[in-house]
Design a protein around this ligand. Sequence first.
Ligand code: ATP
Length: 251
Amino acid sequence: MEPIVSMRGITKSFGPVRALEGVDLDLRRGEVLALLGDNGAGKSTLIKILSGLHVADSGTMEIAGNPVDWKGYDVAAARRLGVETVYQERSLGEKQPLWRNVFVGRHLKTKLGLIDAKREKEETRKLLADVLGLKGAGLHPEARVATLSGGERQGLAIARAMYFDATIIVLDEPTTALGVGEAGKVLSFVERLRDEGRSCLFVSHELHHVHRIADRMALMEQGRIASIFERSEIGLKELAERLLLGHEGRR
Ligand SMILES: Nc1ncnc2c1ncn2[C@@H]1O[C@H](COP(=O)(O)OP(=O)(O)OP(=O)(O)O)[C@@H](O)[C@H]1O
């Protein structure tokens, strides 16, 4: 089966800094692919290119068989192709109620073209209770994002991606700084995404989380994909050693 995302020869510089040096990467349908690597290896730059936040300087990208025209490619274009990105911090507006966060940029409208707040609140309530199974007293459509725990925030952002039926979900360090229980919840949401046949690109420094759920692990070094492993090919300890090797190679 053809991959859902296919990147070839992707390069990106920021002034004199070569962040990506020619990346070839496929994301398969229905897989969790982890992107690993040292600080500055190029992981964020690569996922921002897929999300439409950065445009590549050169190279090609196909999403579900559609060649991407870099000229018109932005976050809205990425979403139209089924790409949703869950960022660690920035994806939710702190002071806004949950329902506004779910529908920001994609409001449900009344027949008169106004924002249908009533329907958005009801859909948010269903999302929290039915999709996420979050039934805490503080979790209602009018709650402010600022009152959510880290895991609940990630959960809400993932549920939003499910609601809008994203086929490709990009997760930027979704379990960093979470407690054990909360991280476990986020990992089980990611497993659900995969069970539904969606594809996930998962950027993380948390090797034990990555190794638990990723089908494949891609190691980035200095703007390139240095190696890719199937989970069955590499143990957690070897993975940590391999990463350290890449780090030492840089010094
Ligand atoms: N907007 C920017 N302007 C200038 N340089 C940038 C910009 N974004 C990234 N870089 C540089 O590009 C290189 C790759 O950065 P990137 O953030 O993609 O790495 P990373 O693998 O995600 O690192 P980390 O794990 O620390 O988040 C780094 O040298 C970084 O300093």
